[in-house]
Ligand binder design. Structure first.
Ligand code: ZN
Length: 286
């Protein structure tokens, strides 16, 4: 909540406020993802691996470029926090803020997850989302946001004073350290703002604060991605469970999440190539 304003509005205040907004980043110039090809490639695709992210914990997984991966709700309504890196260069990682600027606050089929500077290329394209029916609810909420960050022990200490170690930030840190052999502190520096898979969120109409509400996800629901580059992923099954109440304690029912990797139908993507890194020359005006 902001305090009441201390400054008197100028004479033309209403006129200034009445100016119509324009979209910051119109995406009409982006080449559209080849969804028909992806749809053809996901027919008869073959499952080659699966990993479980246990409740209140995280798991890593690897997806070769040109393959699909799917995150599924299995035993109960559960939210997941997803991090992605280039498998061979952890400095290229998911850029939640720029993805939000390009695609809006929540992602669904046809949206892409973009990587950090200087790469800024598609890491994934979302190819299926069984919660796409949800759209927007009466509170302005929707599913799979890129506005939240991840629950973490630092904010928890700031707000409540307690230490809680099984928050998504710490779960992702431990999983990445175990997967790569990096010391915990080094792994932590690679953990970044997430895609909040299955989480239902928005901004409150009165104070514009970030809100969450019980996820509409049910066992059997899934979101599916096409890997545009070789990926290392980490997924945390958030201690908040369905995120209807809180997310930094062991009080909430919490369930595993299933991650499955699929090889596309043979030949469907024979001439497909991963996207190049961004072509900006990095001279920055010098
Ligand atoms: Zn969390």
């Amino acid at each position: 909540m902001k305090p009441p304003p201390e400054t008197d509005p100028p004479a033309d205040a209403e006129a200034r406020k009445a100016v119509r907004p324009v979209i910051c980043y119109p995406v009409d110039t982006l080449p559209p993802p080849p969804m028909a090809r992806y749809r053809a490639a996901r027919q008869d695709m073959e499952k080659i691996a699966e990993v479980i992210a246990p409740p209140r914990d995280a798991a890593c997984f690897r997806v070769p470029a040109g393959h699909f991966f799917r995150i599924s709700s299995v035993d109960g309504s559960q939210v997941g926090d997803l991090n992605l890196w280039h498998e061979h260069d952890l400095s290229e990682r998911f850029y939640s803020g720029k993805t939000r600027a390009l695609h809006g606050t929540h992602l669904s089929t046809g949206d892409r997850m973009w990587s950090s500077f200087p790469h800024l290329r598609a890491m994934t394209t979302i190819t299926h989302d069984t919660l796409d029916w949800y759209g927007w609810d009466a509170f302005g909420g929707s599913v799979h946001d890129v506005i939240g960050t991840r629950c973490d022990p630092y904010t928890n200490r700031l707000l409540s004073g307690g230490d809680y170690h099984h928050c998504c930030h710490s779960n992702l840190t431990r999983a990445l350290a175990d997967e790569t052999g990096l010391p915990l502190a080094e792994a932590e520096a690679h953990v970044h703002d997430v895609l909040n898979v299955f989480m239902c969120t928005g901004f409150s109409a009165d104070t514009h604060q970030y809100f969450m509400k019980a996820s509409p996800v049910r066992p059997g629901d899934f979101i599916e991605f096409f890997a545009e580059i070789d990926l290392l992923g980490a997924l945390s099954a958030c201690p908040g469970g369905d995120c209807s109440a809180e997310h930094s304690s062991d009080a909430t029912p919490c369930y595993p999440l299933l991650i499955e990797i699929f090889r596309p139908r043979t030949g469907a993507l024979h001439d497909w190539v991963p996207p190049d890194a961004n072509r900006y020359d990095r001279s920055h005006g010098r």
